[in-house]
Ligand binder design. Structure first.
Ligand code: ARG
Ligand code: ZN
Length: 454
């Protein structure tokens, strides 16, 4: 949830939620596939797995990395590139042979000793180190690597992951992740998925995490800091939660509602997609929460509706990922509508009341209605208020048109049919028409793509 939507969310909270709270494709074909970030990602190959070992020194901020990437060529490759923003590369190997490499802006350009044929599987091993940088997004928000008083946070929506992980940094290329993080004893290191082991090595501790389900690179998480790592369960699902002691009290109630939220969302959207869950709450000036896969991070003490939002992203965004960034409505619109519906189902105002209240905004409130959620136009508008709020209103208007049962069938089918994969708005609209049996093109055109008040 972005700061803008949090602020708007707060304004609405009084009204709406108070009652609930009581409760460069080198050598690869060049396609303009990622219009907002044309320099990110490479279409010449597809990553299947990242095996990453990080060592971190909180005092100096120094990161040492070994990154083993298993990929498959989607075209013949005499050279290829990976995204890495800053840091010093010390070696690159391809299939066990040393490879030549150069750096370009945000890139490592690799020339393997032997050309890789189309369809061939290959392994890249990179070693790099340095003090990773904080990245400022097109909308002014910080991401990338962020130093905190007691450690660091590594996050990456939309493109900050490349500040600490050499990767194919585009949401369409999802891959599983095994990550080991070695830190001084006394701080914890948390990432995505399950905790596999925790080993003492000298005065340091090596934390091994594994996320076996495919993950978009922007959903990778590293959180290093103090606090108690608490393990729990939601049914058979293991959870790991790390809360900064400074935020423990203020976040307790909302974090404690995660099991109930997972159960409720599983009930309406289908089985929880991942093999672990949990939360990270850390004091970091990130100003937002992020739906890092299996374990969202909150840079403040969240309220329950924010936990509902980030948990909804586990279905919409994480399991079903964007084909490309301009499709952001499929993430933020769906997660925000889930907040409204959750409130309605838990003694709060109905989503229709929220909608009616918001729909009174005059057409002249252009910053509220624009950009249209299906067409953000520029990278700096990805997390605009309209992406979230008009985005959720779109779903509520659809519900009003076709009924609750049909809307939920659409959302559930979306989660099921694109599970662990990608989807775009075109596919969503087609699915909505197929599932509901109604013609919805005109409706979507007005709500998602036309400027101004629909
Ligand atoms: N996806 C996050 C959410 O749950 C917001 C991320 C905001 N990032 C940014 N660069 N502004 O809503
Ligand atoms: Zn969101």
């Amino acid at each position: 949830m972005s700061r803008g939507s949090r602020l708007l969310g707060m304004a609405l909270a009084v009204l709406v939620l108070a009652s609930v709270a009581a409760a460069s494709a080198a050598a690869a074909p060049e396609q303009p596939s990622e219009p907002f970030f044309p320099r990110s990602g490479n279409r010449g190959y597809d990553v299947e797995h990242y095996d990453v070992s990080l060592g971190y020194q909180p005092r100096s901020g120094m990161l040492t990395a070994r990154d083993v990437i298993e990929a498959r060529a989607t075209s013949g490759l005499s050279k290829f590139s990976l995204d890495l923003d800053g840091l010093k590369v010390t070696s690159v190997g391809v299939d066990g042979e040393a490879a030549e490499y150069t750096r370009g802006r945000g890139k490592v350009k690799v020339v393997p000793a032997t050309r890789i044929a189309k369809g061939e599987a290959f392994t890249v091993e990179l070693r790099y180190q340095g003090v990773p940088r904080k990245v400022i997004d097109p909308d002014g928000s910080p991401e990338g690597w962020y130093r905190t008083k007691d450690g660091a946070v590594g996050v990456g929506e939309p493109v900050g992951t490349a500040a600490w992980l050499a990767c194919n940094n585009a949401p369409r290329d999802k891959a599983s992740l095994d990550i080991q993080i070695s830190v001084p004893a006394g701080v914890k290191a948390v990432s995505n998925g399950r905790l596999v082991s925790r080993e003492k090595v000298g005065g340091r501790v090596r934390w091994s995490w594994s996320e076996p389900q495919p993950m978009a690179t922007y959903l990778a998480l590293v959180d290093i800091g103090r606090g108690r790592l608490v393990q729990g369960r939601v049914g058979k699902l293991p959870t790991w939660t790390l809360i900064d002691p400074k935020l423990a009290k203020a976040s307790r109630a909302a974090i404690a509602s995660l099991p109930a939220i997972i159960r409720w969302e599983s009930h309406i959207y289908g089985p929880y997609p991942f093999s672990a869950a949990g939360s990270v709450v850390d004091v970091a000036d990130l100003e937002y929460a992020l739906e890092t896969q299996s374990r969202p991070i909150y840079a403040f003490a969240p309220d329950r509706t924010t936990v509902v939002h980030e948990t909804a992203h586990q279905w919409f965004g994480d399991s079903v990922s964007l084909e490309r960034w301009p499709n952001i409505w499929l993430n933020e619109g769906l997660a925000t509508w889930t907040q409204w519906y959750f409130a309605e189902q838990h003694g709060g105002r109905s989503a229709q009341q929220v909608f009616a209240e918001l729909y009174r905004r005059p057409a002249s409130a252009t910053g509220f209605w624009n950009p249209p959620p299906g067409h953000p136009g520029q990278a700096k508008n990805l997390f605009a208020v309209s992406t979230y709020v008009r985005g959720a209103m779109t779903l509520q208007a659809l519900r009003d048109k076709i009924g609750t049962h049909e809307l939920l069938r659409i959302l559930r089918s979306w989660a099921t049919e694109h599970r662990y994969a990608n989807g775009d708005i075109e596919e969503f609209m087609a699915l909505a028409e197929r599932v509901s049996g109604e013609r919805l093109r005109g409706f979507f055109q007005r709500w998602l793509f036309e400027r101004g008040k629909p």
